[in-house]
Design a protein around this ligand. Structure first.
Ligand SMILES: N[C@@H](CCC(=O)N[C@@H](CS)C(=O)NCC(=O)O)C(=O)O
Length: 208
């Protein structure tokens, strides 16, 4: 039995959840370490020594420290994925990378930012970030009409990276009603063996 992989995280952080979800899908022993973002635990000297950007998530795999959720997904897929999750043919790998970029770009500045307003009181322009979220969802909806998963017929880290903030978009007042293909894709991920949800927050459209 390998040592548990330590995951420094916050339970309401979608970036943390995508890693927690992947560790669970890979069935890897995991120790969750709570980082008290509300009280600035991520900006202490001790924490900055494990992630100079002062953010969650970080993993500690037997002394190897890795930060950045997408970097962690790539590492875990290559190390523990048995050839799945990050398929190696050039076209599929490029498709996966494209959706990792979306997870760090349009998702972070769209649905994730919209949820930061309602869940954490962030001072973003709600109309702007919600519009950005819907522009992204329209593209996802169209692409998921042709394939069951973001990078094609097989599930990959592209799906894991994008799942958490799309599933929780309603908490940021981003409705998923107009996107049946996106909702079906969320359900396909939720049906995977080892799926673990992120804690729901009674915020935005999720409040009533
Ligand atoms: N690019 C980073 C972004 C991580 C991130 O934004 N983490 C947030 C929580 S969801 C955080 O730690 N925020 C605190 C801060 O930036 O001060 C990743 O993918 O891991």
């Amino acid at each position: 039995m390998p040592n548990a992989i330590k995951l420094y995280r916050h339970p309401l952080s979608g970036h943390s959840h995508r890693v927690e979800l992947f560790l669970s899908l890979l069935n890897l022993p995991t120790e969750l370490v709570f980082v008290d973002l509300a009280n600035g635990a991520h900006k202490t000297a001790d924490y900055l020594a494990i992630n100079a950007f002062g953010q969650v998530p970080v993993i500690d795999d037997n002394g190897t420290l890795i930060s950045d959720s997408n970097a962690i997904l790539v590492y875990l897929a290559k190390k523990y994925g048995n050839g799945s999750w990050q398929l190696q043919d050039p076209l599929t790998e490029a498709r996966i990378q494209r959706w990792l970029s979306v997870a760090a770009g349009q998702v972070a500045y769209g649905p994730a930012a919209a949820r930061l307003i309602t869940v954490f009181g962030a001072a973003f322009n709600a109309d702007e970030v919600i519009a950005r979220a819907h522009a992204l969802l329209k593209v996802m909806e169209a692409e998921l009409s042709d394939s069951p998963f973001l990078a094609g017929t097989e599930t990959s880290i592209a799906d894991v990276a994008n799942y958490s903030y799309i599933a929780h978009a309603p908490e940021g007042n981003v409705s998923l009603e107009a996107y049946p293909n996106v909702r079906a894709w969320l359900q396909r991920i939720e049906a995977l063996p080892g799926f673990v949800p992120m804690q729901r927050t009674a915020a935005g459209l999720q409040a009533s």
